[in-house]
Design a binder for this molecule. Structure first.
Ligand code: NAP
Length: 299
């Protein structure tokens, strides 16, 4: 856009952009004429990603090292970096793969992995957001897109859904309570999710944080988006969507018009109410994803 001979370029920062959804989100944003700061915690992986983007004809892409747990270090910020807080139990993998190659889901998770997951997905997102807020506030059309998961819709603790009484301290208190229970092996007794639990809590915390920040910063469109179930490393390559397909939703939310919504949850390409789920609703949603995945394999 030209205003009085000044070229106005939109700039986006994408975290965890070296692969998966982050890389494809960067590609789509750059294809839309946006300068993209591709960030990654590993310098070599980040510069390789930029080379890939440049090789496909995109020039306005630059690398910047960024570990969201330690942001040393704009118009939009795509908080994409994430970990699932589990690891595959390789001994069991063979026995849980069905003929179609579908993973029936056996993962192991240690306390250290849970801490790392929360530090990346929740505290990392928060730190990067806080660090970039002063720059975002200079933009006339600032956006923050928090890449979340439908797992974050699970009611992990009702306090997280109580928007009127929510505060950053309250969210942190709940996250620390979860980690304490994880360490003391009291997740079940205190009603926390038992599988992929750190990931679910981290995304529920991100959803709550999104609502809180949107309320605090009415001049910025701050939303969270579930990209779909996408074949990336975090899902061990399972899921019906390719990373290119999965990146459509975060990009759409990053490019919302100035009068667009804020403080909302997008389920893939649809703006959805912050409907909250009990564990049985989550199971139904997971079943629908499983059916979608099976269709992919023509089963
Ligand atoms: N795939 C899905 O079905 C799905 C569904 C819902 C939500 N999501 C969310 O989508 C986002 C992207 O995940 P993905 O599916 O693209 O998985 P992915 O391919 O595993 O990518 C995760 C990215 O996060 C980066 N990362 C992890 N810890 C980091 C840290 N401390 N600092 C900076 N970057 C870090 C990884 O970098 P390294 O390469 O250095 O590890 C990688 O670039 C995540 O937030 C995930 O929770 C994914």
């Amino acid at each position: 856009m030209f205003v009085h001979d000044i070229v106005i370029t939109r700039v986006s920062v994408v975290t965890g952009a070296n692969k998966g959804l982050g890389l494809e989100t960067s590609r789509k944003l750059a294809s839309n004429g946006i300068t993209v700061i591709v960030t990654a915690r590993n310098e070599k992986n980040g510069t390789d990603a930029v080379e890939k983007l440049k090789a496909s004809g995109l020039s306005d892409v630059v690398f910047h090292p960024l570990d969201v747990k330690d942001p040393a270090s704009i118009d939009s910020l795509i908080n994409n970096a994430g970990q699932n807080g589990t690891e595959l139990n390789m001994e069991l993998v063979a026995s849980v793969l069905d003929e179609a190659g579908m993973l029936k889901g056996v993962t192991i998770s240690t306390y250290e992995m849970a801490v790392d997951c929360l530090n990346t997905n929740y505290f990392g997102t928060k730190k990067v957001t806080e660090a970039l807020l002063p720059l975002l506030q200079l933009s006339k059309s600032a956006r923050i897109v928090n890449v979340t998961s439908y797992y974050g819709l699970l009611i992990v603790k009702t306090e997280l859904s109580d928007t009127d009484n929510l505060s950053e301290e309250k969210i942190e208190e709940i996250v620390q309570w979860f980690l304490k229970d994880f360490k003391e092996d009291t997740l079940k007794a205190n009603g926390w999710p038992l599988t992929i639990s750190a990931y679910k809590v981290s995304k529920a915390a991100i959803n709550a944080y999104t609502k809180l920040m949107a309320k605090k910063h009415p001049n910025i469109l701050i939303n969270c988006v579930h990209p779909g179930y996408v074949q990336t490393d975090i899902t061990y390559g399972t899921g019906p969507l390719t990373p290119e397909e999965g990146a459509r939703a975060p990009v759409m939310v990053a490019l919302l018009p100035d009068n667009g919504p804020s403080g909302r949850y997008f389920h893939e390409m649809q703006e959805a109410a912050y409907y909250l789920m009990h564990i049985c609703d989550l199971k139904i949603l997971e079943l629908s994803y499983l059916i979608e995945s099976l269709k992919q394999f023509h089963v």
